[in-house]
Design a protein around this ligand. Structure first.
Ligand SMILES: [Fe+2]
Length: 147
């Protein structure tokens, strides 16, 4: 049994059956293409929620969120510290409310963009939100925060 299969099995235990299919495809895609990214495994503290990934220890796929307030407006900057390139890139950034209702999204060009975006929402201070970054090889990663 090779290392990528062991990682998949470990993630399957973490994620349960429904999320495991998604994770298996994601982990397998990275390994099969010879990607240099060391896919997060159980020892990295990766957690799965509804098929999306996160880690209390951080991961380069998780958006780094900065919020500044201007009255009722929250200016929310997302930055993903991940390289952009034709074969491997962050393809979108999204904002969701706490019920996973999509609030806003941005599609990114693989080579002619940086994985950054600023959203402006009219929400009360302290509103819980989710920032999501989508990598074409490694799936959707989220960061919880309050606006
Ligand atoms: Fe990636």
């Amino acid at each position: 049994m090779n290392e990528s299969v062991n990682r998949r099995d470990a993630l399957r235990k973490l994620a349960g059956v429904s999320a495991a299919a998604t994770l298996g495809a994601v982990a397998g895609a990275g390994a099969a293409r010879g990607d240099d990214y060391n896919f997060a495994n159980a020892s990295d503290g990766v957690q799965v929620a509804g098929g999306w990934l996160t880690s209390p220890r951080g991961n380069k796929h998780m958006p780094v969120v900065t919020v500044t307030r201007d009255g009722d407006l929250a200016r929310i900057k997302l930055v993903v510290k991940h390289p952009q390139g034709r074969k491997h890139h962050v393809e979108e950034l999204r904002l969701y409310d706490a019920n996973r209702q999509l609030l806003s999204t941005v599609t990114l060009h693989p080579e002619q963009s940086r994985p950054e975006a600023t959203f402006v929402l009219q929400v009360p201070a302290g509103t819980p939100l989710l920032a999501v970054g989508g990598c074409n090889l490694h799936g959707l990663w989220f960061t919880e925060f309050k606006a």
